[in-house]
Write a protein that binds this ligand. Sequence first.
Ligand code: ADP
Ligand code: MG
Length: 708
Amino acid sequence: MEKSTEYFNVADIFGENVFSDAVMQERLPKKTYQKMKQTISEGKELDLATADVVAHEMKEWAIEKGATHYTHWFQPMTGVTAEKHDSFITAPKENGKVLMSFSGKELIKGEPDASSFPSGGLRATFEARGYTAWDCTSPAFVRQDAAGATLCIPTAFCSYTGEALDQKTPLLRSMEAVDKQAIRLLRLFGNTTSKKVTASVGPEQEYFIVDREKYLKRKDLIFTGRTLFGAMPPKGQEMDDHYFGAIRERIAAYMRDVNKELWKLGVSAKTQHNEVAPAQHELAPIYATANVAVDHNQLVMETLKKVAGRHGLQCLLHEKPFAGVNGSGKHNNWSITTDDGINLLDPGVTPHENVQFLLVLTCILKAVDIHADLLRESAADVGNDHRLGANEAPPAIISVFLGEQLEDVLSQLISTGSATHSLKGGKLETGVTTLPDFMKDATDRNRTSPFAFTGNKFEFRMVGSQDSIAQPNIVLNTIVAEAFAEACDFLEKADNFDAAVHDLIKRYATEHYRVVFNGNGYSEEWVAEAGRRGLPNITSMVDAIPALNTEKAVKLFEKFGVFTKAELDSRVEIEYETYAKEINIEAKAMIDIAGKQIIPAVIKYTTALATSLSSVKNACSGADTSVQEELLTEVSSLLAKTRAALVKLEKVTDQGVHMEEGREQAVYYRDEVKSAMDALRAPVDKLEMIVDKDMWPMPSYGDLIFEV
Ligand code: ADP
Ligand code: MG
């Protein structure tokens, strides 16, 4: 465990393990540095000679940090990162010493064995060969841990014929798409100076922390990341006393260590606080360019897990580690900004006069309305099924929260054809003379909306806590690029731009207003209302997947070169497979735990009860043994139910395993296997409430979430 008495200056350590712009400027020959900059900022191709120089300096720098190996760090479609380590060592020289080398070729291209990663059919058609290619817009870094120090090179991962086998490639493609179309839109408004528009992302990461010793006694957590059994403790989150509560010292020391690790890696971890559920916390970095943010979020997740071990803790990134307790998500804050600092989502003080903003806003409304199914799909993962559409926030229905001010501007536009004023925020008066009065925002927050406008960005709140944020941002960038492109197609041809843009904004606002909802997104009424509005309500991952390769989706993604149809088809296949596999693991873990731990423990308990019953009777024939008898009857009955449910689960799971991979199998796992799992859990959770705590084979919810 690290001593928490060691203090440090953040500025000294921030980015110390990153091959950053500053490092490049300092270490690379001027010409090489300029070429690198051009490649990074203008997307120019990098020549091998330059790459050789960069690689050499990168290696020297990394070796100074203790690196012995380098790895192409990439994000296959498993949701986590992958890497293949190579040492810098080359053949020993005659004097017995070794040379450390790293060439430009090794920097820009790697060749991991693609066959061990999911490819969803692409592999069958296109061989196993796969390449990783350096994404030089996300800086390389040195990771130092117990395994030593490794130079990590962020890369994209493609098949031999160029199909994307990862999250990064389509993300970069989507960033180019939104850049191009946004620039087109800006030019229409007379902007001739901005050269590039970048999507920025700030993800807020939620997670649970539990004691590692206790974690190790829970096979369900070990195998699946969530508890598959567990009765609710007497106290849950009803008191709301954890939210923003003071952070306990053990957790604080952990967070401090996490921050330090992240800062060294140039991840600007900024806020941290307790979340709604006991033992739940949140970490948010300062927003960054979308691809860097995606990489950094992976580093955040890895670091949260790794550092926890050093503090005797375990970090749970699963969306729903504990039934009945709030789950974890990731809020994906997204905006688009020009290279000269104009945020296209900034409404300014008087949004009703800001025509460019209103066009951007209504384009986004249109995009979200038309492609609600794709956005929903982008947030689907197996764990998130416990949140989206279950009795928990946010709902599975995509709607947009605009806030009073913008809603009012759009209403004016729709009803009268023009917006003449914007609501103002006004003064917040505390009624205490010593507290400063300040101007409040024109709009309050809405924590129940899945897609909320928050001042100068949109917050997509559906994403799962353990999922990569690549997919949501690929979808966001691409659907917005499409809406911009369609607006530009129309406006570039218009004779009277002012009149045309005015009409277009009004048309988009009117046609897509149905997706705007400022009320309580968690309410039953909203589900009914959304149904009347014709908004999709897709309540499970299995039903979300088909959105990926509808005709509409294929047209969208092919138009902007983000995904080919083959790539989309392959992703659909992978998602169905992933779903069935993960539920299968959960079912098998339940079978294992129920059969080997729970049933034997309950039998021990009934034996103890029976022994007690007969010894009391022996000692005193007139004694009242009704409690023992009732308990014995009840426990035995639950035990029989448990055993029957276990047998049933074994049977349905076995059938599932033998089905062909694909949609049908995934549907089977959702409908048959999951309900058999629920049926097994029910009697076990009841037993947990009755059986002697000392005999229960694993720590309880109470032990896990209240005693960290
Ligand atoms: P909120 O209170 O709205 O959740 P925070 O200030 O906590 O806002 O920020 C949440 C996340 O949003 C942070 O990661 C922050 O850096 C990010 N963020 C702030 N502004 C933007 C922006 N313009 N574009 C993208 N992300 C942003
Ligand atoms: Mg937020």
